[in-house]
Structures are given as C-alpha cells and as structure tokens.
Write a protein that binds this ligand. Structure first.
Ligand code: GLU
Length: 320
C-alpha cells in the first residue's frame, strides 16, 4: 500500500496536534539537575525536516535548550564512524537494558559490556572511545564538530547547565568507576565522564535536532548543508539503537504506540527518525517519571499516527 502525503498535509496535521497538546499540563521539569528545574515549563515546539530539505517549524523551535541524552545519539554516530559497526557492538553493545537511563544495576547485570551507547554507562564509554585517546581537548573538538555536522550548525555550551550538572553528577561518577572496574572504559574515567557531562550541557534547538534525524533518515547526507556526514551503512545501525532504547525502560510502550524510533533527553527534547522520509523533533520541559518529555511524546506520536507513518505499518510513504 502507498501513503501519498503532501507537505501541506503534514503542516496542517502538525499544527492541529500542536494546538491540542499545548493544553497539556502533565509532568514536571527534571529537578535532579538544578538548572533544568528553572526552565520555563510552557515552552513547546515541533520541527520537521524532510529528507528533501523542506522544513516545518511550529512554536518554540528556535529556543536553545539542554540537549542532554539526545547527544548520546550524536556521539554514538561518531564512534561508529571512527571504529565501525562491529567494534562498537563488541566494545559497547546494542541491547536494551530495560532499566532507567542511569542504572547501576544494569552494569552489574551485564558486566561483560555496557549494553548500548544510548544509556549513561554506554554513553560514558562511548566518550572514552572517541579518538584521539588520551587527548581531552581534541576529543571534545571531535564531539562538537560531529554534532555541528549533524545539526547543520554549531551547538552552544550552556555554562550554567554544565556547572550545575558537574556539581551534582555523583551517580554518573559511580558509573564511570564501575566501568573501569569491569574494563569497559577505554580512556581516563573522569575525563570521559567530563566529556559526557559537557556534551549533555550543549544547547540546541528543536530545529537542529530534526536536522540531525533527517540526516539519519537520509543515510548520512545532511539535507540542509548537503554534507555527507557519515557512510550510509551507519544509518540502520544508529536507527536500530534508537529503536531499541530511545525511551529507556518505556521504549517498548513507545514503539508499540508510536511506531517511530526516537530518542529523548531530560532537557525536554525528543527526536525521531522516519527512514527515507524525515526527521521530527519536539521540545517541552515537563517530563514523565522515566525522564521523557510529556508534550514532545504526545506531539510526535499524534503526528505519526494521524499521518499513518508508523514504520511497522508496511505502507510505503511518498511525499508528493
Ligand atoms: N545528563 C543527564 C544524566 O546523565 C542526561 C540524562 C537524560 O537526558 O536522560 O543524568
């Protein structure tokens, strides 16, 4: 079956869903990172970037917010570029943990590998793998350059968020040392943790995140800058990682009800990939119990369902 949709139909549906979801007052800002607790909870934006470069922006899509765990996707792409698919599978893994993003228990359960670069342990391990090993400044430059290529423009470090997170990241410090205990961190643990904390503190917009997922949907070719950011064979690998654990312990529920691989962050951002068609992102600070933005989830799920874009539907989507 074919699903032919036009950009104006997508815009209309996105606007309709935006108006509905805007009324929702559920959830609360992340409060374990003091900076995030104080962000205006009414901010809300939806951005869609098609693989042909056309863009739909509704609401607060130019507001710069903390990328947080969404950055795990960017750095996973970087290590996939530097090491290849097999090595990443071997050194980190690609399994769901079924546990919260910062679970220590998950490390103890699977002590032969950190499971996936999209939970805290695997993401800290991924930062440790970024080349050149042992050189913090150059590793940071590689991380930021890669995020810039994926977003089509540079992210900016939110100093206050970085400080707030560095002052309070005791659980992540334990994770870094546990990884060391199990030989699953490949550079200095505290340096790797600092890179992870800094990448989480980068500010991005919903627009930039939809360009990232549009680049994944477009097999590594950024549809806005036209730069080939990564080889096409990395696209299904990163999309599978996102599909497996993008919503942490609620990923199954999400995939079942939305049918779209998507990654969340406690800053309130969510970005989804519809392979071959588009990247979609939404941003709104209040989170559910698992640390996923309530409004961003409702918005993306609403748009995907209304337009019949569920990747498991077997329908071929054509933008006409
Ligand atoms: N920087 C946050 C942490 O490590 C990210 C968590 C998230 O966005 O899920 O706790």
């Amino acid at each position: 079956m074919k699903n032919n949709i036009s950009i104006s139909q997508i815009r209309e549906v996105a606007q309709e869903v935006y108006e509905q979801v805007k009324q929702n007052t559920d959830g609360k800002n992340a409060d374990y990172i003091p900076f995030l607790a104080n962000i205006n909870k009414n901010l809300f934006g939806i951005n869609i970037c098609l693989t042909n470069g056309e863009m739909i922006s509704i609401g607060d899509t130019d507001y710069t917010f903390g990328i947080e765990s969404v950055s795990k996707v960017h750095t996973a792409i970087l290590i996939l570029k530097q090491y290849g698919r097999e090595k990443v599978l071997q050194m980190i893994g690609a399994d769901a943990t079924g546990l919260p993003f910062n679970s220590i228990f998950a490390i103890l359960l699977e002590n032969d590998h950190p499971s996936t670069p999209l939970v805290n342990s695997g993401a800290i391990s991924a930062c440790s793998m970024v080349e050149p090993i042992g050189k913090a400044d150059e590793k940071w430059e590689a991380i930021v350059n890669n995020i810039t290529d994926l977003c089509g423009s540079a992210p900016k470090l939110l100093d206050e968020l970085y400080k707030s997170e560095s002052d309070t990241n005791f659980n992540n410090r334990s994770i870094a040392w546990l990884l060391k205990n199990y030989n699953r961190i490949y550079d200095d643990p505290m340096m790797s943790l600092d890179l992870y904390t800094r990448q989480c503190s980068l500010g991005v917009t919903a627009k930039q995140l939809s360009i990232t997922t549009a680049t994944i949907a477009n097999k590594g070719l950024n549809p806005i800058t036209k730069k080939q950011v990564f080889n096409a064979d990395i696209a299904p690998a990163i999309t599978s990682l996102i599909a497996t654990v993008g919503f942490y312990e609620h990923t199954g529920d999400w995939m079942y009800s939305a049918g779209l691989p998507a990654k969340t962050g406690v800053g309130g951002g969510v970005m989804g990939v519809l392979p071959g068609v588009m990247g979609i992102s939404a941003f709104a600070p209040p989170l559910d119990d698992a640390g996923n933005s309530v409004k961003a989830q409702l918005a993306i799920k609403g748009i995907i369902n209304k337009l019949r874009l569920n990747i498991f539907s077997g329908e071929q989507v054509n933008i006409v």
